[in-house]
Design a protein around this ligand. Structure first.
Ligand code: EPU
Length: 428
């Protein structure tokens, strides 16, 4: 087990290249199960979630090669092996194995997913979709059992706009008999990416990226080659970092349209940003104004950037209010930021940030992935040394973080945890 150490307070400058999107990758990899010949995905990020999914596909008999960010999955010899325990519990997105295995084998047994604790994260809408397609779904001792004689297309209205449910229902429906219509579907770019892969595999999908998706089931799906979209949340994290401690940072391999809400908010704070085709430049920011943000489904302000953005707001003049309408408890980073001298209080679903303050280095703990990103930004802003434990959360989603930050001129390194720290982590 390791911790991250950051010598803060130095300005960063230069170019950072964004990796493939984590939240696409974790759906694209399970989607390969639906094909009958090899599928290659280019541009995957080097993150632990990708490694875990690779191991899970191998567990069910897939042949997987992964090198230079390119994964080839030969799904032809996969079997419908139950996965009630073990690695499935390590990541939230293992729920995509439900839709993909149900779609291919008409049955699946998958342990209830783990991942970041952000408050209650039910999967009732996924299950509603599977049942509408004809599956019998039961929950037995912490694992979901799905079984269908045959999957049949259906009209499914999502009561909650859900990225995971939208993708999972697409996965289960692409080989079902007849037409499926998903109404009130989520519109995130990752959904379009998964639909593009499935279409390249031979699926018939219309409307991905809108709130009504129509899927006409096909008998078989074949192999193909697909390039993943860049990670808008990783790009957004570097944009925020650029506004916080940058002396001119160019973010390369990004789709600026995917970040419109963040860019608009940064401009409102007084940050100068120039967008190109696949690059965004953040100019050094002088004085930052306080702003309010409210997280919403895409194209609103992403909940995944709420935590990193809060670190930036500690530097802004005035009072900012951050409201998370997607996850009620995504505020675990706040106590840690307070240890670093931030003036923030949480009231219900909102964090109220008073600034500007000069953050001070401290020993802090990342409780989840984006809380970790928030603490990294805070550590770079702070005076002195910041030590972050719980970095396995950060490694789930940020590819080559230390190398990328040091490439911009930061002083960031990993160190093994001391025996005492290991015991503290184990007892936490
Ligand atoms: N919800 C339900 N029932 C469901 C599904 C969702 O009530 O069946 C609720 C959730 O509790 C939440 C809201 O609907 O309040 C939205 O959840 P959604 O299903 O869209 O989230 P998700 O698919 O589980 C993905 C990302 C998250 C990101 C959210 C929202 C992946 C693997 N995860 O989660 O990413 O925060 O969408 O955009 O794609 C992260 O990257 O750090 C992360 C947590």
């Amino acid at each position: 087990m390791e911790k991250l150490k950051i010598a803060g307070g130095y300005p960063l400058k230069g170019t950072v290249r964004i990796s493939g999107a984590k939240n696409s990758a974790v759906a694209l990899i399970p989607a390969t199960i639906l094909a009958d010949s090899p599928v290659t995905i280019e541009g995957l990020p080097d993150i632990s979630d990708v490694q875990i999914l690779k191991a899970l596909l191998e567990e069910i008999g897939g042949k997987v090669e992964f090198a230079n960010n390119e994964m080839t999955v030969d799904p032809s010899s996969m079997i419908s092996m139950p996965l009630p325990n073990g690695k499935v519990k390590k990541l939230r997105a293992s729920y995509y194995l439900m839709g993909a295995m149900l779609g291919r084998f008409n049955k699946a047994v998958i342990g209830l997913p783990g991942g970041c604790y952000l408050g209650p994260r039910p999967i009732d809408q996924h299950i509603k979709g599977f049942e509408a397609l004809g599956a019998k779904v039961t929950n037995e001792q912490g694992a979901i059992y799905l079984r269908a004689d045959e999957l049949k297309g259906a009209r499914i209205y999502l009561d909650v706009v859900s990225v995971g449910a939208t993708i999972n229902i697409m996965l289960a429906a692409v080989r079902a008999k007849g037409r499926t219509i998903i109404e009130n579907a989520a519109k995130e770019p990752e959904i379009i990416d998964v639909a593009t892969l499935l279409t390249n595999m031979g699926a018939k999908i219309k409307g991905a990226g809108t709130d009504v998706i129509r899927i006409d089931g096909v008998d078989r799906l074949h192999g193909c080659r697909h390039t993943i979209i860049p990670d808008r949340i990783e790009a957004g994290t570097y944009l925020i970092l650029g506004a916080a401690v940058g002396e001119g940072i160019l973010i390369d391999n990004v789709i600026p349209n995917h970040l419109e809400s963040l860019i608009a908010k940064l401009r409102e704070m007084g940050v100068q940003i120039e967008s190109g085709d696949d690059q965004v430049f953040v100019a050094p920011a002088e004085k930052l104004k306080a702003v309010d943000i409210k997280t919403l489904v895409y194209p609103g302000f992403p909940t995944d950037l709420q935590q990193p953005f809060t670190s930036l707001l500690t530097k802004a003049e005035g009072t900012s209010v951050v409201t998370d309408t997607i996850y009620s408890a995504r505020f675990k980073h706040i106590d840690e930021l307070r240890r670093m001298n931030a003036n923030i209080k949480v009231e219900g679903r909102s964090a109220i940030v008073n600034g500007p303050v000069r953050l001070q280095g401290a020993k802090v703990k990342a409780s989840d992935l984006r809380a970790g990103a928030a603490l990294v930004i805070a550590g770079l802003m702070a005076e002195g040394i910041t030590e972050i434990t719980g970095i396995e959360h950060i490694d789930r989603g940020y590819s080559h973080l230390v190398e990328k930050l040091n490439g911009l001129g930061a002083t960031v390194w990993r160190e093994d945890l001391s025996q005492e720290e290991k015991e503290q982590m184990e007892n936490a």
